[in-house]
Structures are given as C-alpha cells and as structure tokens.
Design a protein around this ligand. Structure first.
Ligand code: PMP
Length: 388
C-alpha cells in the first residue's frame, strides 16, 4: 500500500478542539457513560421533526448554487428585519453548507499566500486553521486587547479582520462604538470585515442585536456569515448563508460549485416553507436559554469564579482562578473525575489557557448546576492550598 503523505500544509492544521472533545463524549456515551455535556456548541430545542411529503417533487436534486430561491427571499427579509439593512436575494446572498463553509470560502476567495488575517482572542477554533488552509497567516491578539489595539497589528499584508458577534466563548456583544471602530479601520486600510453572526438571536430580552451589516449598507467592506445551525436549532442540517457585495458572492459561487454544488436542497426547501414557524418556535426557547446562561454565570460568581464579561449566547468562559492545572489538564481531569465535559480555554487562543469553555445549551439546568459545582470544586481542589 502506498504510504499516505499529507501535504506540508496539513502539518500546521489541528483537529477542531470542540468537535474532537464531543466525539470523545459520543464514544463514552456509546459505552454507557453518563456525561454532563457542557462542551456542545449548540442549544437543543423542541422543534417538530421535518415531514417532507408536502414538498414539491424536485427537491431530491441539486438546486441553484446560490441556494433555493424561496429561502434566499426569506433570508433577505429576515436580514432586513434583524440587521436593519436590505440584501438582494438574487445578487447578495448565497446559501452555504453551514456558516463554516461561508467563512472558509470567503477567506479562500480573498487571500494570497502569506496574507494576514487579524483574529482577536478568544477566537473561534476554526478561524486560524481556515486561514492556514488558505495559505494565509493568522494574526491573533490576546484576550485582554481591545478593538483599539487592532490598528497596531495591521500591516501591508493584512487583508481581513474576523469577529464573532455575539461571541463564542464569552457571550459578549460588540458595542456600537466597537463596531464603528472596526468599520473605520477596515475602510481606512482597504480590508474586509468578516462578521460571524451565527448567534445573532441569542441576546438577552430587550437587547436588540446590532449586525455589522447596518454600518455598511452598500456592503463595500463587510461580509456577514450567518447560519440556521444555532438560531433555528438545526446544526445537523448544515445550512448557513453569506451576505456580501455581489462581486464577492460571484467568487464564492465558483468555490461552492467546485466544493459542494449547493446546500442540501430538500432541507433548504423545507426551511423556506417553514421559516417563520421554526423561528416562532425557537425564539422563546432562545430567550430561555440566554436567561439560563446568565443564571449559570451567577452560580459561578456565587462560588467566587469569575467569567469573562458577556450576557449573550449560551456560552460562558469562566476563569480557572488559582488552579495549578492548565486548561487542557483541567478539562481532562474534570471529565475523568467528575464526568463533566467542557472545552479547554487554550483552544480559543494561547492567551486563554486560564479559562474553560462551558456551554449551557444541551443539558437541563439541574445537571448544568452539578457541572458548575464540579468545576468550582476542582478549582478549589487543585488550587493553591488545595488537596487534589
Ligand atoms: N461560528 C461560530 C462562532 C461557531 O461557534 C460555530 C459552531 N460552533 C460556527 C461558526 C459553525 O456553525 P455552522 O454550523 O453554521 O457551520
């Protein structure tokens, strides 16, 4: 058998830490283990299983590269209502196989080898490797940097800044001022602002979500990557979308044609026909999960464990305080000793090794609080003066 010789590019690529952790959980569960799963990057909702009988017959087949037209129309309307600025369903929207492929194709469409992309930490695990896969160079900023610090990292090779808003793993939302600063920077330096807004619905009651799209209505320098995975609670359907200037959408369409042809037609058609119903079902459940998130933050605080500031999404990023374990050791020990699965903070950037990512989307509150107790106990046991 000829030995597999991966390209040198693959040497620099790691597994996505959160997905790797969840694969481990699936395997442990298959062996009968009861794992409190605070590592899943999604919220589970009560939504009806899809029934495909009523869909028009052609749904077994490929669809338009840019997506089923009715879904693009629904997305355009949704975007206008939530972001406050229009998008042309025939020129400025492409439905993708999850938002992940949207960010990847955007990077692939703009980067020359050696081009730099600025990514503030905590960063979503796939951004740096997606940049590397496009032969670019991720330029990260430590978690305590502010948007004002980004300017100092811009070089002649910089092509884009990626932000995730609201933010996985902290739950933070960018303020209007921060969004204005980012737009001013990309405008002044001829860069692209890639705004990953997959958690756009996950904001607290009475807190409107501010899309980066609102400050660039002509889409001169902004790409919005969004998804049905989280907001509609259907991560396994693999349906996302990109909203951008038509000149970029044309490039992304070429990539999509060569990669996946189109997003899954039958699911997109179902989604288009049930768009408002699904949203009406998920929205109250989203409100509840955000409230739960903030109750869990209080439970950590009551034990003296502080989390990075944030009030949105279903994630928290608590500090490991005085534990002498690094985040990888801590997450492994937590799983081994307490059967609680989380993701090591270091997966979100080298500066984040004193944190742990906790997701509250997939377990009942009582089990989450047991997980919180286990985390706080392990911090105490492994802390200075601890006995673990
Ligand atoms: N962006 C962020 C910040 C995420 O957390 C995730 C999923 N965990 C994604 C993108 C990918 O989402 P999708 O299922 O739309 O590819």
């Amino acid at each position: 058998m000829a030995p597999l010789r991966p390209s040198s590019l693959m040497d620099g690529i790691s597994e996505a830490a959160s997905i790797k952790q969840n694969n481990l959980v699936y395997e442990l569960q298959a062996d009968g283990a009861d794992i409190i799963t605070l590592s899943l990057g999604e919220a589970f909702f009560d939504i009806p299983a899809p029934a495909f009988e009523e869909l028009t017959p052609a749904v077994h087949h490929y669809s338009h590269t840019r997506g089923v037209p009715l879904l693009r129309q629904k997305l355009a309307k949704y975007h206008e209502m939530t972001a406050g600025t229009p998008a042309d369903p025939d020129r400025e929207i492409m439905v993708t196989a999850g938002s992940k492929s949207g960010t990847f194709m955007t990077l692939a469409a703009i980067l020359e080898p050696g081009d730099e992309v600025i990514i503030p930490e905590p960063l979503w695990v796939s951004y740096p490797d997606q940049v590397r896969l496009c032969r670019g160079v991720p330029v990260t900023l430590p978690w305590h940097a502010t948007v004002d610090d980004i300017a100092a990292r811009i070089t002649p090779r910089t092509r884009a800044i990626i932000v995730n808003n609201p933010h996985n793993p902290t739950g933070r939302r960018l303020s209007d001022g921060e969004l204005r600063t980012l737009h001013a920077l990309v405008d002044a330096h001829g860069l692209l602002l890639i705004a990953d807004e997959v958690y756009s619905e996950f904001v607290p009651d009475d807190e409107p979500f501010r899309s980066a799209a609102a400050l660039d209505p002509d889409k001169r320098h902004t790409v919005i990557c969004n998804s049905m995975s989280k907001n509609f609670g259907i991560s396994g359907w693999r349906v996302g979308y990109v909203i951008a200037h038509e000149s970029l959408i044309r490039q992304l369409a070429k990539l999509q044609q060569h990669l996946v042809t189109c997003a899954p037609t039958i699911l997109c058609q179902y989604l288009a026909e049930h768009f408002e119903d699904i949203l009406a079902r998920t929205r109250p459940q989203i409100r509840e999960v955000v409230r739960r998130r903030n109750r869990v933050a209080e439970a950590f605080a009551a034990r003296g464990v502080t989390s990075m500031p944030g009030d949105s999404t279903f994630y928290l990023f608590p500090s490991l305080g005085s534990s002498r374990l690094d985040s990888t050791e801590f997450a492994a020990e937590l799983l081994r000793r307490y059967r609680v699965s989380t993701v090591a903070g270091v997966s979100y950037g080298a500066s984040c090794d004193r944190f742990l990512r906790v997701s509250v989307g997939a377990e009942p509150e009582e089990r989450i609080l047991r997980g919180v107790t286990a985390i706080c106990d392990l911090i105490d046991e492994t802390g200075t003066g601890g006995h673990g």
